[in-house]
Design a protein around this ligand. Sequence first.
Ligand SMILES: Nc1ncnc2c1ncn2[C@@H]1O[C@H](COP(=O)(O)OP(=O)(O)O)[C@@H](O)[C@H]1O
Ligand SMILES: [Mg+2]
Length: 448
Amino acid sequence: MADSPLLWWRRQGLRFRLTMAAAAVLALALALSASVLLSVLDRALMDTVDESVGQQAQAVRVAADAGTLTSPITTHDGTVVQVIDAQGRITHVTYGADRLVPLLDARARAKVLRDGRATQLDGRPYALPGFLRVVVLSADRGQTVVAARPINEIRTSLGTAGRVLLVGTPALVVLLAVASWIMIGRTLHPIAALRKGAADITHTARSRRLPVPQSRDEVHSLATTLNGMLARLEEAEQRQRALVSDAAHELRSPLASIRLQLEVALGHPEGQDWQETAEGVLEDAMRLSRLAEDLLALARLDERGGVPARNEPVDLDEVVRQIADRYGEARLTVCDPVVVRGDALDLNRVLTNLMDNAVRHTTSKVEVALTADGVLTVTDDGPGIPEQDRERVFNRFTRLDSGRSRDEGGAGLGLAIVRETVRAHGGTVALEDASPGLRVVVRLPVSR
Ligand SMILES: Nc1ncnc2c1ncn2[C@@H]1O[C@H](COP(=O)(O)OP(=O)(O)O)[C@@H](O)[C@H]1O
Ligand SMILES: [Mg+2]
């Protein structure tokens, strides 16, 4: 089945199509300019001839009017002149011109006179070579001057010019097509390299980059942009892998502990305190479930990509009061009402994590304060966090050594969840020295 030409065209490669389009446009432009050039040249040359023939005719008329015509009439540029009297007889001619038959009969002469423009005539019947430009002027006493000049030389030069253009134009088009073919090939080559690089990436190991061409062009910026994207994807993938391995690592110790306790208990059932075993296993199970919950919270934060799950008005002062109630020893300074937009459950988790940490590390008291402009501080008088660790502790699975030794400590996800949640709510978290102890300052945008 024959395809439609349009379909065929669309299926051709970019290189072929660009080359063909460029060649077609050039061919059209050249053909147009060649034809315009030839016609303008023709017009200009004819005008020149007409003018000079006209001048010769004028000179002869002046002589005829004055009655000073010589026989034969002399002209110096090969113009053929006939002077015809009122009766239609040829009275004077230039040397070699026909004395019996006028170049134009009476009717044609009258028409040329009326038009006032030169006319064209085939000279061969009058034994003159090729075509002639003929001018007619009327003189006194009913005389008419007919002057003619062969234009075969002009015709020949125009023909030569035409032939040169006829050969030169296609040659130029072919030259351009070849040049475009090569240049477009060169331009497309880096794209082919990009494509090949991209194909290789899927086949081979990670940490691959696309080839960046030397030239500072669009393909260069495309390659660098794509490489940036690959780097980000690789980074995300690495983060994901690290998270999985950290999580697996964290799961291992409570699971090993459960297994050990059960193995010991089952291995020596006599005199076994099952109550104690069950308590130990329960504690490990709680650790596991806390870890699972924290991982889930982080996964949700990642999924939403930096926006809270809900965007509702939340009474922050109410949230703070409820949580502080749960931790009996906390001293509260709460301003009300403080309303922020976001997710009450998420904000609840932020405060819970901070209170857990504070209660775990403090020696005597924990202070919680909330101001009207949305600044929430949780202060304890424990060991604090040294300056150089204050950024690091926000990373996932980061525990400081003192924390690791404590049994109650979590997996090091608490502060990570705090920071990511607060950021999603458009706020910031900072750790400050409360000397002694640590002050966590959470700033949330208040909605009024
Ligand atoms: N109030 C605090 N005082 C001293 N150190 C703290 C305090 N809060 C957190 N830290 C340190 O920061 C680390 C990370 O805290 P967090 O992300 O909540 O993890 P986790 O509580 O699971 O250990 C903790 O291991 C602890 O060493
Ligand atoms: Mg914690």
